[in-house]
Write a protein that binds this ligand. Structure first.
Ligand code: BTN
Length: 325
């Protein structure tokens, strides 16, 4: 686990993001560090799988732009919002870090450049390469019973959709029950929620969001589902400091409303961006796979499926795939 303190690495990559060659001594002078400290940081970036060309007499050049996360940049965008932020260069899982906090007060966010044990739903992993995407978790106290949190992952997907729209991604952008956001039928974001019940009908939820931002290829062939990223959708490299801050602001806004009201307040927004109504889909649960036509969702955010015999079944969790569009 490596926490980010004085972010010299971000300063180094900011200077090098022009893609030009930079001499080690000049870089050292710009950053007020020694040439050997620069060399150590270059080696560290290479260990994180960042491609760097190094040519004797010319120095080092990044093969791809790389803007790293910086607390000060995020704070600047967040304005007067109240929250705690833990920012890591590398962590096992941002969800697990928040889970390890003892008696946390207020809202906590955890962001990381890389997760070594990133987790997805249904015991899957979440590919979390260094410096490419957003791996964000939020710890939030709900004044609700655990049974009232069924719609939470849907609300989080809506906050992600809103964020993506702010960055110009709107075409073929949909929420997919229960926790995915897809762009052009490819997954761009997923949510993993873990809930801990507290006394007096309250509960803490750890909401983990993985959002593909600048990932263009899956070098290690780690992703089994069809996926896309914001960069693929827009053709532009994005500063994740800006995207993270917008996502955090949207989460604060959507989570507060969900806490004060209920999922019913979001049904219209969900219906405007969902992609499965009227389609034949399969829902895979721990015990079975059921096929039917999607009727919609109910006021709790559960999925309603019309089966071949005309009966309607309601699902509170599961994995969905469209069989016929
Ligand atoms: C899924 O679609 O299966 C959910 C993916 C959730 C991934 C995020 S990344 C930040 C947080 N930390 C984790 O280990 N997982 C979630």
């Amino acid at each position: 686990m490596t926490k980010i303190t004085k972010n010299k690495l971000a300063q180094l990559t900011a200077v090098m993001s022009d893609g030009e060659f930079h001499d080690g001594t000049a870089l050292g002078q710009q950053l007020n560090i020694t040439r050997s400290a620069v060399w150590k940081m270059i080696k560290k970036l290479e260990r994180y799988d960042i491609e760097i060309t190094s040519v004797k007499g010319r120095g080092y050049a990044l093969c791809e732009p790389l803007i790293l996360l910086e607390e000060s940049q995020i704070q600047k965008q967040m304005g007067k919002q109240r929250y705690h932020l833990a920012l890591f260069e590398s962590v096992e899982s941002t969800n697990d870090y928040l889970k390890s906090l003892r008696k946390p007060n207020g809202v906590w966010f955890c962001l990381a450049e890389q997760q070594t044990e990133g987790r997805g739903r249904l015991s899957r992993g979440w590919h979390s390469p260094f410096g490419k995407n957003i791996y964000l978790s939020c710890l939030y106290l709900f004044h609700k019973d655990i049974s009232e949190l069924a719609g939470l992952s849907l609300v989080v997907s809506l906050a992600v959709v809103n964020t993506l729209k702010q960055f110009g991604i709107e075409k073929e952008l949909h929420v997919k029950w229960p926790n995915d956001v897809v762009c052009d039928y490819r997954k761009i974001s997923g949510t993993l929620i873990e809930v801990q019940a507290e006394s007096h009908g309250a509960c803490h939820a750890i909401i983990g969001v993985g959002l593909n931002v600048n990932m263009l290829i899956d070098e290690r062939r780690k992703i089994s589902q069809s996926w896309t990223s914001m960069r693929r959708a827009t053709g532009k490299y994005l500063d994740r400091n800006l995207v993270s801050a917008e996502l955090m602001k949207n989460l604060l806004k959507y989570l507060k409303r969900f806490n004060d009201e209920s999922f019913a307040a979001f049904t219209d927004e969900w219906m405007a961006s969902e992609m499965m109504s009227g389609k034949i889909i399969s829902v895979k649960t721990v015990n079975e796979t059921v096929t039917g036509v999607v009727k919609g969702i109910n006021a709790q955010g559960h999925l309603e499926l019309k089966l071949a015999d005309g009966k309607v079944r309601v699902f509170s969790s599961g994995d969905t795939s469209i069989i016929k569009k």
